[in-house]
Design a binder for this molecule. Structure first.
Ligand code: NDP
Length: 290
């Protein structure tokens, strides 16, 4: 029986995800490094802003930080409650999930890697996809809490499997983003109207999430709203490439895409949305995708 839940990391995703927990749980503890965000969340949603040590006394503890390294650093020194489940919604590193799960098991705490997909709009609407690795019984225990912000919640295997699925998913999106930038600069170079071209492609076999939402809603209208930072996408493509190298596989498209996304991230201004990766192509070709 879950008495209390906690959410650590009230960023673009976490702030919205934690809000859904209050619909099903009377005790929702929140903590954020910049504590004003936790206090704002408490005022807005009726959660309780608490210290980090208080937060980790909950039955289910969620975290959503930029990287696995941030989660590992945060966990050192913490006294966790035996019998609790730590559900990490960070897009993290599979090897880190395996290590943390083994370390926490010694303290009778389960660790699930449970990254999410669906962007901030999915977090807002409670329609995220959650891909979960770790102990199957811990998954069952945490499921009611994950259901508050997730639509498809899938157990995908042992520790690290959730992070692996997420890294490959984001790599597929990145491959698509790069190829869309190349395809649409080519069309413009040939004098084709990009909005008309997009209508055709979105009714054809080349369509994707990038052509259906990212291109019309962020790139063609030149809005590039910051909801998912480009360095976070570069981190995810790096995790995918490391997985490929660990398996000693050859994956030239993925290796090239990682280099391109990393270069775009290195060249980007601070606080750039992932969609601004196309600006690198625009600077090469002197063609604007609009
Ligand atoms: P944000 O940068 O918006 O938020 C990061 C959060 O982590 C903030 O609450 C920040 O606190 C906190 N934080 C950062 N570093 C530390 C640290 N060292 N110790 C403690 N807290 C820390 O990131 P997002 O919410 O966008 O992303 C979070 C995770 O979710 C990432 O792994 C990302 O890849 C993934 N993700 C993001 C999506 C998106 O659309 N944005 C979609 C799906 C997954 P503070 O407020 O104090 O800075």
């Amino acid at each position: 029986m879950i008495q209390s839940v906690a959410f650590i990391g009230l960023g673009a995703m976490g702030y919205r995800m934690a809000a859904h927990l209050t619909k099903h749980f009377s005790t929702v503890l929140v903590w954020n490094r910049n504590f004003e965000k936790a206090e704002k969340h408490a005022a807005e949603y009726g959660t309780q802003a608490v210290t980090l040590n208080e937060a980790v006394q909950a039955d289910i503890i969620f975290s959503c930080l930029p990287t696995s390294q941030d989660v590992e650093l945060l966990m050192t020194e913490l006294e966790l409650k035996p019998g609790s489940v730590w559900v990490d919604c960070t897009s993290g590193v599979p090897a880190s999930a395996k290590t943390l799960a083994a370390q926490l098991k010694l303290k009778n705490v389960d660790f699930l890697d449970a990254p999410v997909s669906g962007q901030t709009v999915g977090a807002e609407n409670g329609t995220l996809t959650v891909m979960v690795g770790g102990d199957a019984a811990a998954f069952d225990k945490a499921l009611p809490a994950m259901q508050t912000f997730g639509k498809l919640i899938k157990y995908v295997g042992e520790s690290g499997a959730g992070f692996a699925v997420k890294a490959v998913n984001n790599m597929l999106m990145a491959v698509n983003l790069c190829s869309v930038a190349e395809g649409f600069t080519t069309l413009k170079a040939h004098g084709v109207n990009l909005n008309e071209a997009l209508d055709c492609i979105n009714a054809s076999s080349g369509k994707s999430m990038v052509t259906e939402t990212v291109l019309p809603q962020r790139i063609l209208n030149r809005s590039f709203p910051l909801t998912f930072a480009l360095p976070l996408l570069a981190k995810d493509t790096g995790i995918a490439l490391d997985l490929i190298r660990d398996a000693k596989l050859s994956a030239p498209v993925i290796a090239l895409t990682q280099s391109l996304i990393q270069a775009a991230s290195d060249l980007s201004e601070k606080d750039s949305d992932f969609s601004t990766a196309v600006k690198m192509y625009e600077s090469w070709s002197k063609i604007t995708i609009e």
